[in-house]
Design a binder for this molecule. Sequence first.
Ligand SMILES: [Fe+2]
Length: 158
Amino acid sequence: MSKLPRWREEWSLNIDVIDQEHRALIERLADLCLRFCPEVTPTRSGEANALIEALAELGEQARAHFLHEERFMRAIGFDELPEHQREHALMMAEYTALLREWRAEGVEVFTPSIQETVREWLLAHILGTDREFARAYFQLCGGDDPLAPSPPRDLHLG
Ligand SMILES: [Fe+2]
């Protein structure tokens, strides 16, 4: 079997609420690899659309995560929120196009190449724009408890 995607601590942004969701996305991807990898697929039957549906659910989980992230960014007054939001929208458009392709091809097996595509799609977000956000977050909030974000102006009260 191709190597299962596994969460790595160095991918953490040290913002727990976001890290937990990133980890859940990677775990969901690993679960899809286990359920639909080429080695197990021949033993299953009557589930022609199961992989596509599971991939669509992963996309919905990512979409929900993006909304949570945007809410978090708004709460701390992150001024690059519009750009980050645009990036989320582009990612979802890209994923929707991929899903359409996979559906048209009647993909039933989570091949290493499709696994890699989805993994790269997720990691581009986690290791790219989100890291930039994390840097800005710690500058704005001065390393305060990431679980309890508050607008930066509140950090200097009293
Ligand atoms: Fe994220």
